[in-house]
Design a protein around this ligand. Sequence first.
Ligand SMILES: Cc1cc2nc3c(=O)[nH]c(=O)nc-3n(C[C@H](O)[C@H](O)[C@H](O)COP(=O)(O)OP(=O)(O)OC[C@H]3O[C@@H](n4cnc5c(N)ncnc54)[C@H](O)[C@@H]3O)c2cc1C
Length: 385
Amino acid sequence: MEYFLNEQQKTVKSLARMVAEQRILPVRAELDEKEEFPWDLIGEMANSDLMRIFIPEKYEGLGGGCLDLCLVVEELSRVCGGIAISYGANALGALALINYGTEEQKGKYLPDIAAGRRLTAFALTESTAGSDAANIRTVATREKGGYLINGTKQFITNGGEAEIYTIIAMTDPAKGSRGASALIVEKNTPGFSFGKKEKKMGIRSSATRELIFRDCRVPEENIIGREGLGFIIAIRTLDRSRPGVGAQAVGIAQGALEAAVDYARQRIQFGHPISSIQAVQHMLADMATELEAARALVYAVAKTIDAGAKSFTEEAAMAKVFATDMAMKVTTDAVQILGGAGYMRDYPVEKMMRDAKITQIYEGANQVIRNTIALELLKRKGRQE
Ligand SMILES: Cc1cc2nc3c(=O)[nH]c(=O)nc-3n(C[C@H](O)[C@H](O)[C@H](O)COP(=O)(O)OP(=O)(O)OC[C@H]3O[C@@H](n4cnc5c(N)ncnc54)[C@H](O)[C@@H]3O)c2cc1C
């Protein structure tokens, strides 16, 4: 479908497609197999200025919005969901700084992120606090001139590879969810180390790791916003990044649909290509229709955010849940269309199916995202605003 993207968006999309097809495609299977972080490709993306897209111009970025970011993530995901999330999590880690950081913080960190010199990560989840994020136990105790951090974060994308971490920690545990704060912690800060590196089902070239804080001191200027705003910053940051997970899902599904169409056209059974079988055609038709519906929703929500909407929790949640459920279905159907070949690593669809699964889980498991949508819906009694 023609989405009438502006010139910058068209350029961004074709640049990301070029990097994905020329640089990522030849190595995606190997990186997945070896579970290797794609440092060379991060370098390629930096050289192509893709890391600058979501950073404001004032800090050496290209000033792109949510839609620009979604277009890049979609194109990278069409070829490899794992490499795409290393890119996407870098944007997630930077978003709190961009939207709530001081001038000093932005001037200090954003130009390096724009140039791809330093990667970021966003750390909320802990072993006792996944969907129940308000149950985090990591504490940042106020002391003279700064904070003393103790605790462990789990499942952090870009963990170990990133240099700049936005973490959510309790600065006043007695206040519950109003006692959390967002803080910047740099790699190599004494008391900050990395624990278990996860071995995953999919997105295997991305790094997912524990962050361990043991008497880790950060100066007071590392707080983002002010004390007590941690969960508000986390929730609003996730509202802005959820369309990006939707875009990841759309990209993965697009790759799977193309692989399924190619295969159906060349696979001969009963003397004809299987693409001539109506049952296969109907599967492809449904895959394409559901994919386009998800893309349209993701783009519409991204445009709403870029137009300056004040509240978009429900819309961002809808884009995430709809696109990610679609991707799981479309990739599963793609494997089905390839039959036994689809189950083998010689073809990309088994990886796409593995990669799609995580999109239903992270940045809020889809059941929990549905709770969010229902809450918003019930608040306004189902009325269209
Ligand atoms: C590969 C990977 C990368 C990740 N990257 C990051 C990252 O960069 N930063 C970060 O902070 N976190 C990250 N996460 C964590 C991720 O956001 C959480 O895994 C996710 O929010 C779910 O939490 P959980 O795994 O603890 O599941 P749980 O909360 O234990 O949920 C288990 C199941 O119970 C269901 N459930 C729980 N509560 C409810 C409820 N109230 N209503 C209905 N159903 C419910 C869930 O939907 C799910 O199906 C990552 C996770 C993975 C696997």
